[in-house]
Write a protein that binds this ligand. Structure first.
Ligand code: LRH
Ligand code: MN
Ligand code: MN
Length: 426
């Protein structure tokens, strides 16, 4: 399905007056608080979040999978979907591939297509959590951590291949997430599997191009339910330090035990210059991978507050790689991703409104009540006109979801691709 500029401009025309009123009113209010609205809008317009190739289809659970119909069944169609999202929102200017799910058949054609859709290739992800077709060795008992050298070698070689694929596409980073761990006490010697993992990561790191970064993702449990080798940010941080300057920790919001103070983790990593990337999602119980901001929007705001502080005060930390990591069981994936993008931009905008100097002042005199007021004043501001303005400025839709529904995009995709399509991936 091709979305034309005229689709967007004609749609925007209908609500432009109402938007302008709302934007001007908010602008006046913020002006009185000495906030430069145009700077905030500018920051929002620049903020781009990568879409993972595996979030474009219906994921399902181990109990079943309900197709959403018209899902992309190859890389070209996945790029088209992200292109649609980007055209509507102007916030999704990159795609993150998972290998081997997304190995391109024709690199030039894929690169040309991405260029025409204004998309970049974000981090490439390796996969040693599933056995691949025709693979000699099995990852049933771990990959980079395995006590069997041949299995480790196969997993290392896979990661090195993924880097080569990413290089051909213009990616600049590799994300390593390992399912490695144990299902039962006694299954693994903790020190052996950690040492093996460190050595394997170092071998992969050795082949990382100079202008690349390696992101090490952590997760406390699942699919192993007793222990995970890279279980928390501390383990990831330690491994990143052992590898070198181009290795960083990656925070996935769903990879924490309930009530973990994620904003504090973000803050610590940025102070140490070791936060590399971010996977957005939301959760109630664990790695639920549900729509960003749908369960704990205030926690997301507090996380963004630390991210904004870090981006303004920690030059030792590089620019972050932003990505959504979600799965969809019952929603239209594209609609869900639009909701996630909106929630991310909303939390970012609110964090940009925090009066940092007033907060510092209140902290210095231990005025705890004022500290909370300052944060909540920003959080309670309805920033949606700022988001709409940023989209308008960049050629996106004032209300992406309404336009998507108005054009009946999903129905067109079903007509083009058929009903019973299955996206490769989770
Ligand atoms: C693991 C994870 C990781 C994978 C993706 C499919 O739970 O978050 O980022 O690559 O899901
Ligand atoms: Mn993730
Ligand atoms: Mn996950």
């Amino acid at each position: 399905m091709k979305l034309y500029e005229s689709h967007i401009s004609e749609f925007n025309e209908k609500s432009i007056k109402e938007h302008q009123n709302q934007f001007d009113f908010l602008g006046d209010t913020l002006d009185k608080k000495n906030i430069n609205t145009l700077n905030v809008v500018d920051a929002l317009a620049k903020f781009q979040v990568a879409i993972p190739s595996w979030a474009l289809g219906a994921g399902g659970t181990r109990f079943g999978r309900f197709s959403y119909f018209g899902e992309p069944s190859n890389l070209t169609q996945k790029l088209d979907d992200v292109g649609l999202l980007h055209a509507l929102t102007q916030t999704a200017g990159a795609i993150s591939l998972h290998i081997p799910w997304d190995v391109p058949e024709d690199y030039n054609a894929i690169k040309e297509q991405a260029k025409s859709l204004n998309l970049k290739f974000d981090a490439v992800n390796s996969n040693t959590f599933q056995d691949q077709a025709n693979a000699k060795e099995s990852y049933k008992f771990g990959s980079l951590c395995n006590t069997d050298e041949a299995i480790r070698a196969q997993a290392i070689a896979h990661n090195q291949d993924v880097i080569k694929i990413g290089e051909k596409l213009g990616s600049k980073s590799l994300t390593v997430w390992l399912a490695d761990g144990a299902n039962f006490p006694g299954q693994n010697n903790f020190q052996t599997v950690l040492s093996n993992t460190e050595n394997s990561l170092k071998s992969i790191y050795k082949t990382l191009p100079d202008d690349w970064k390696m992101f090490i993702e952590y997760k406390p449990y699942e699919p192993n339910f007793y222990s995970t080798v890279i279980q928390d940010w501390g383990t990831s941080f330690m491994l990143a330090n052992a590898c070198g300057d181009k290795a960083y920790t990656l925070v996935d919001l769903g990879h924490h035990l309930p009530n973990t103070n994620i904003e504090q983790i973000v803050s610590t990593l940025m102070l140490k210059g070791k936060l590399g990337g971010f996977h957005f999602n939301d959760s109630k119980y664990g790695d639920d991978d549900v729509t960003v901001g749908s369960v704990k929007p205030y926690a997301l705001f507090l996380i963004f507050n630390e991210l904004v502080y870090g981006m303004q005060n920690n030059p030792q930390n590089p620019d972050l790689s932003w990505m959504i990591d979600a799965s969809h069981n019952i929603k239209d994936p594209l609609e869900d991703l639009m909701q996630s993008l909106e929630a991310i931009q909303e939390a970012y905008a609110k964090a940009l409104l925090v009066d940092q100097s007033a907060l510092k002042q209140a902290q210095s005199v231990h005025d705890v009540v004022a500290c909370q007021e300052i944060l909540q004043r920003a959080y309670r501001t309805d920033v949606r006109p700022l988001l709409a303005q940023a989209r308008l400025q960049s050629g996106g839709a004032l209300d992406p979801l309404a336009l998507y529904r108005g054009l009946d995009v999903r129905q067109t995709l079903i007509e083009e691709r058929g009903k019973h399509t299955i996206a490769s991936g989770l």
